[in-house]
Ligand binder design. Structure first.
Ligand code: 7TS
Length: 409
């Protein structure tokens, strides 16, 4: 089990009051998590003592910066059990990971008449890049539907949707709205059975549970640092070696080349082929430290605490009259609770809670098609992480009773 009070002491921002007498109750980690001092300090030390450009200089600082940048890559690779750190590519965020694959792999492998399979519950990051690829190639998009009642995928359709025309099946491991934990291994195997490539959106998985890319056997996987105690501005694309080696680069420039003449160039080896220009070095150092921090807590403990707190939250919230929680029951759900309250708009809910120091997100959470299918314009969403306490959930519930009073519900 996590020692939650000890975890809380690591997060300087949790000591802050949002308004006088209203300490921060941060229930928006699904949008972006907060950072422990270990991550903040590692980046601070890097800038104070080590910074220089990587892979360029002979001088001492450049060697140290390169060492820190590559050491972080090795720890991140170990965290997701990648066979080789060369298969771990630094990108800006999960979104860039999808754009990289859709552009580089997509244009080399997808043509008119081919199909790209997604699900109806995807974040826009795993939807729009494929729409762009379909528009330029003439490929067709298809979607695994979800059940509105419980936010789970309707897998009885899968056999019809996966065909020899399917080139790639890209899906989320965990929905950022419903919290649904999808059966990743099963879905990857189904894609492989028809010869399709499988890509996993792990933006809401890697921060919250032990992820093993070799066990999943996925071909590509993307996630963001800022949702897992790391800095913004960096994320990871993992890929199988033979696919990454066969793909053309995404962007051209320094560091990604072996040789350049005025007319043409040859590409550097993995992972540098996909890392054009000066990278986010301090951010890589920060993400490496975030991975150490989570690994130290133990991902089983992280997941266990989130399940405990999600269970507690679902039970407490279900006692509020007129409130509906969207998505599956706690057993199949990550640490998010998206809800609607009859008679109160999600934005009003978020505003009233804010005055109590409680931060939640309201809106479509970058999943407009999901909301449309549920006949919703928006939901309110509370999301939980390693520092969330039952007292904070109690404050959320009290805040929602206050919303009911304000609207005389
Ligand atoms: N995929 C999923 C499942 C996500 O939840 C998000 C971000 C992304 C991809 C994109 O991540 P980015 O770092 O590239 O922006 N989700 C959210 C959210 O739920 N609220 O704000 C951002």
């Amino acid at each position: 089990m996590l020692d939650v009070e000890k975890v809380r002491a690591d997060f300087p921002i949790l000591k802050r009051e949002v308004y006088p007498g209203k300490p921060l109750v941060y229930l928006d980690s699904a949008a972006s998590s907060q950072r422990p001092y270990q991550v903040i300090d590692a980046m601070d030390v890097y800038y104070r003592r080590q910074h220089a450009n990587v892979h360029r200089g002979i001088h001492r600082l450049s060697t140290e910066a390169t060492g820190a940048y590559e050491s972080a890559r090795r720890r991140i690779a170990a965290f997701i059990n990648a066979p080789d750190p060369q298969q771990v590519i630094y990108v800006r965020n999960a979104t860039e990971g999808f754009n990289l694959v859709a552009f580089s792999w997509g244009h080399a492998n997808v043509k008119a008449g081919d199909e790209i399979l997604l699900t109806e519950m995807e974040h826009h990051a795993n939807l729009v890049p494929w729409q762009m690829l379909a528009a330029t190639t003439g490929a067709t998009l298809r979607f695994v539907p979800f059940n509105v009642e419980d936010g789970t995928l309707n897998l009885s359709e899968l056999d019809n949707l996966l065909t020899e025309r399917t080139k790639i099946f890209s899906f989320t491991a965990v929905s950022n709205v419903f919290g649904t934990v999808n059966p990743v291994k099963e879905l990857v195997a189904a894609a492989h059975a028809v010869g399709a490539v499988a890509m996993v959106d792990a933006a809401q998985a890697v921060p919250h549970m032990a992820v093993d890319v070799q066990d999943w056997d996925c071909d590509f996987m993307a996630f963001s640092s800022h949702k897992m105690c790391g800095p913004t501005g960096i994320g990871i694309l993992y890929g199988k070696r033979e696919l990454l080696e066969a793909m053309p680069p995404f962007m051209g420039g320094g560091d990604m080349i072996l040789r350049v003449s005025l007319e043409s160039s040859t590409w550097n080896e993995l992972p540098y082929k996909f890392e054009a220009g000066t990278p986010a070095i301090a951010e890589a150092v920060g993400l490496g430290t975030a991975v150490d921090y989570l690994a130290n807590l133990g991902m089983e403990n992280v997941h266990g605490h989130e399940q405990f707190i999600t269970n507690y939250a679902l039970e407490s919230l279900s006692e509020i009259p007129g409130l509906r929680i969207w998505g599956p029951s706690a057993a199949q759900k990550g640490g998010v609770a998206a809800f609607t309250l009859q008679g109160a708009h999600p934005h009003d809910i978020a505003e009233i809670l804010d005055k109590e120091g409680i931060a939640i997100r309201a809106g479509h959470h970058c999943a407009m098609p999901l909301h449309k299918k549920c006949n919703l314009g928006a939901t309110a969403r509370a999301s939980f992480y390693i520092h969330t306490t039952t007292q904070e959930v109690d404050k959320l519930v009290a805040g929602l009773h206050r919303v009911r009073q304000v609207f005389r519900l």
